[in-house]
Design a binder for this molecule. Structure first.
Ligand code: ADP
Length: 267
């Protein structure tokens, strides 16, 4: 499904345009933990995620949801099978390449926010850009946009300890987006929030998805998945037990997405 339109006619620019629909492709992926149970945490999963989808991964505790997310994020390597993200074979990268892959391709938000409490909201958001050597001016512009978009303008000089849970998670979303990742991964992002703050965070994610952000959300909450995701994958004992599209994802429904590939220098 990854169709490439050669731009070879233009020797002047040598740019290559590509129509990209598949962002994540897992083929017969297994993950066994050393010293863990003989049962694989992820046990032969084959699936694709298209650009622009808002996918929820559901299943009971221990069914392999976090392991699946970590494999896609390059935080873990498959024991067998292949994980491709944006055409990159994540399992084949060395540690330096993996770190760069995560910084430039993946945004991650966690149940407990994982903010640095001794840094302000603004500085927390800027960290990934600094690690990726994005120019300070560009990073600052992006941070300002995200802060405004996520309703954090009045909080940017505060430390996380002064914020509510919902505000902290919005800071974490801004931090996850500062390097403009292809894929936003969220592991139980509302798990530590009251229902109102949880709805607000999900509303923000929905808005981001509407504007094209591909999102993969892990949740054990069926209502949440049904209310917000365009697709729900249910895991059971490390296998895909169900995979349902609930509604058309705006980006997938739209005509093909065209991205400039070469010359797409990572920051
Ligand atoms: P979920 O996110 O659905 O709760 P996990 O992916 O965390 O499930 O775990 C799936 C299975 O893998 C569980 O049986 C869990 O105990 C096991 N597991 C997860 N991480 C590790 C690890 N680092 N070492 C050993 N076993 C693990």
């Amino acid at each position: 499904m990854d169709r490439r339109l050669g731009g070879g006619n233009s020797s002047r620019t040598k740019e290559r345009w590509s129509v990209m629909t598949v962002l994540v492709e897992l083929t017969e992926v297994r993950k066994l933990y050393n010293g863990g149970s003989p049962q694989a945490a992820v046990d032969g999963v084959t699936l694709t995620v298209q650009q622009g989808e808002f996918t929820a991964v559901m299943g009971p505790s221990g069914s392999g949801k976090s392991t699946l997310l970590n494999l896609i994020a390059g935080l873990d390597r498959p024991s067998q099978g292949r994980v491709l993200v944006d055409g990159v074979d994540v399992g084949s990268l060395n540690e330096t390449e993996l770190a760069r892959f995560r910084r430039t391709r993946i945004g991650f938000i966690f149940q407990f926010f994982n903010l640095l409490n001794n840094l302000t909201v603004l500085d927390n958001i800027l960290i990934p850009a600094q690690l990726a050597a994005v120019s300070p001016a560009v990073a600052r512009d992006r941070a300002t946009d995200l802060i405004n978009e996520l309703g954090l303008a009045e909080k940017q000089r505060l430390f996380p300890g002064r914020l509510s849970g919902g505000e902290r998670q919005r800071v974490a979303i801004a931090r996850a987006l500062i390097n403009q990742p292809l894929l936003l991964l969220a592991d139980e992002p509302t798990g530590a929030l009251d229902s109102r703050a949880g709805e607000q965070v999900m509303g923000r994610l929905t808005e981001l998805n509407r504007r094209g952000q591909t999102i993969l959300l892990v949740t054990h909450d069926a209502k949440l998945a049904a209310a917000y995701a365009s697709r729900v994958i249910t895991l059971s004992d490390g296998r895909v037990a169900d995979d349902s599209r609930l509604k058309a994802s705006p980006e997938v429904a739209a005509s093909d997405i065209v991205r400039l590939r070469s010359g797409e220098a990572a920051p």
